[in-house]
Ligand binder design. Structure first.
Ligand code: ZN
Length: 146
């Protein structure tokens, strides 16, 4: 069974690669490369998979899930300029793909001891654009390739 909790945060970012010229960054990222940044109202959906505890009828304590998302994502990222205030985005381009993967890395360890495990992180950057991230597949990691 799957359970999903939604959260929202607002943050600013600039999408550029330090090794590229402003013109090259504009060609790759378009207006998102404007050095003064721009904001998004991000919508996050965190999906856990597990079997409900027969006693409580719950996969996870939903209050605990909310606290984990607030502590690991909303508090550190809400009303922040990601490139300047939220590592690793001082060196990693804060595309919606990279922000979703960072959210996964931040919250995944919190579910180690519970009945549920993290199944998916969905992050909307705009109403009509989102990414889904379900963690690295074993074969995707560079270290796993011979
Ligand atoms: Zn943007």
């Amino acid at each position: 069974m799957f359970v999903t909790r939604k959260a929202e945060f607002s943050a600013s970012h600039v999408c550029t690669q330090p090794g590229l010229t402003p013109e090259q960054n504009r060609a790759v990222y378009g207006p998102a490369s404007n050095p003064n940044g721009h904001g998004h109202n991000y919508v996050l959906e965190v999906t856990l998979e597990g079997e409900p505890d027969p006693a409580t009828g719950m996969i996870i304590d939903l209050k605990e899930l909310k606290e984990i998302i607030n502590r690991e994502v909303v508090e550190p990222m809400d009303h922040r300029f990601l490139n300047h205030e939220v590592p690793p985005f001082d060196r990693v381009v804060p595309t919606v793909e990279n922000v979703a993967a960072e959210i996964w890395r931040r919250i995944e360890p919190a579910f180690g001891g519970s009945r549920a495990h993290l199944h998916n992180v969905r992050l909307y950057e705009t109403e009509d654009l989102y990414v889904d991230y379900s963690g690295d597949r074993p074969g995707d990691r560079a270290g796993d390739r011979a």
